[in-house]
Write a protein that binds this ligand. Structure first.
Ligand SMILES: Cc1cc2nc3c(=O)[nH]c(=O)nc-3n(C[C@H](O)[C@H](O)[C@H](O)COP(=O)(O)OP(=O)(O)OC[C@H]3O[C@@H](n4cnc5c(N)ncnc54)[C@H](O)[C@@H]3O)c2cc1C
Length: 379
């Protein structure tokens, strides 16, 4: 049975009028429908936090074919459109943000492997990436955001005869401890940058233990140190170039996926308000208002022409919604929701992640202005 049809029928038909993702087809021996996957991920989301790992949830995603979405058919994937991927992200993040976030970082690496013109690396790695293993992630924040004020690059590249020597720190790598390969960027002494793929088992690569964070510890995010790591030319994906990340066309999803995840988490909180409103009718209006806002943002996110969407405007609105919806859910859950282990307290912490994750400066400024100037008074 074609799993794509299962996904289309039970995931997308209910909310988006029966539309089906378009593209190729894929067969999997062991089926897990998308709705069943989402239920399983939601059921497991507290366990992920308790165990500090999303490994089993990723294995479930693999069983349901999620990793096929992101790969072209030429590499055994289903070549889903950006829009369909966003629709999938909305549902996955509503079920378990930690798992979905790890998938996005894996996909960030995958997309760069797909977009590069290194056909040898592509032929070797990409067909394997429809499975949960090998695991790949990305360390690129230091090229654009992290440590930019320090005056010198955190991760340096020096040319040698047969490739590059990489030295320094990639400060943020999601799921690094479980990764087999990393896509990382490094800066040359003249300011140009190279993007390479490195095996975590390579000599000189040291994956630091995961950071203890206020939320999403199950993503096992941490730093990776590179001590004079030799990267042969065959492992270069792009560069050297002044802005190496801009050289690879990785599609519109990158800019909008963060908003999709924020809306997904907001939907989890709104669902909980609506469930409470069944027995507490005074809450119904609040649930309805938040639901309308979420639906409106979803419509903008999935608009027919994603290039016409102002990604920053959408991100600011999605950030605002997820912060308000999760805190509204806390007001509704009261003290019980403040107790560790209650999903609402986790969602409130997770919502704060959107203030720091790939948050464009203009969006940061908008939030800062709002936070420093508005005063909410009881009516
Ligand atoms: C859970 C999580 C997972 C992530 N996963 C990944 C990943 O897989 N891959 C990836 O590439 N990135 C990842 N990131 C990175 C993320 O996308 C951002 O790049 C990162 O959050 C930026 O924060 P920073 O602390 O590195 O910023 P920085 O700008 O380095 O700020 C750090 C500190 O420096 C100081 N500072 C900042 N600016 C200035 C200034 N102008 N002057 C003086 N001092 C200053 C402040 O004290 C600040 O606290 C992740 C982030 C998080 C939180």
């Amino acid at each position: 049975m074609n799993l794509r049809v299962v996904l289309a029928d039970d995931c997308f038909a209910d909310r988006w009028g029966g539309e089906r993702p378009v593209g190729g087809s894929g067969e999997l021996g062991e089926e897990l429908s998308f709705s069943a996957l989402c239920r399983a991920l939601a059921d497991r989301s507290s366990d992920c936090e308790r165990l500090g790992s999303v490994q089993e949830s990723l294995a479930l995603c693999a069983r349901a074919g999620v990793f096929h979405w992101f790969l072209p058919e030429a590499y055994g994937g289903w070549g889903w459109s950006d829009r369909d991927v966003l629709r999938g992200y909305l549902r996955l993040s509503q079920a378990c943000l930690a798992t979905t976030f790890v998938i996005t970082q894996r996909v960030a690496a995958t997309k760069r492997l797909v977009a590069c013109d290194n056909s040898a690396v592509q032929a070797r790695l990409l067909p394997q990436l429809v499975h949960a293993q090998p695991m790949v992630s990305v360390g690129i924040s230091h090229l654009t955001t992290s440590g930019q004020h320090l005056g010198q690059p955190l991760l340096r590249a020096t040319r040698v005869d047969d490739g590059w020597v990489i030295d320094g720190l990639s400060p943020w790598v999601t799921a690094a401890v479980g990764c087999d390969y990393l896509v990382v960027g490094a800066t040359l002494s003249d300011g140009d940058q190279v993007l390479v793929v490195v095996e975590t088992a390579a000599a000189g690569v040291q994956v630091e233990p995961p950071l203890a964070m206020m939320a999403l510890n199950a993503s096992q995010t941490g730093a990776v140190r590179f001590s004079e790591v030799l990267v042969p030319s065959e492992q270069v994906l792009a560069g050297p170039l002044p802005q190496v990340l801009q050289a690879l066309a990785v599609g519109a999803t990158g800019g909008l996926q963060t908003s999709a995840l924020a809306i997904g988490l907001a939907n989890a909180a709104i669902d909980s308000i609506e469930q409470q409103a069944v027995a507490r009718p005074d809450l119904a209006g609040h649930g309805l208002e938040l639901r309308q806002q979420s639906d409106e943002l979803t419509e903008r996110l999935l608009g027919a022409d994603s290039r016409a969407v102002d990604a920053n405007e959408l991100r600011a609105a999605a950030n605002g919604l997820v912060l308000r919806a999760t805190q509204a859910a806390l007001l509704v859950a009261k003290g019980a929701g403040f107790v560790q282990g209650h999903p609402v307290e986790r969602w409130c912490r997770e919502a704060l992640f959107f203030l720091v994750w790939s948050c464009p400066q203009v969006v940061q400024q908008a939030h800062l202005c709002q936070l420093s100037s508005s005063l909410v008074e009881p009516r």
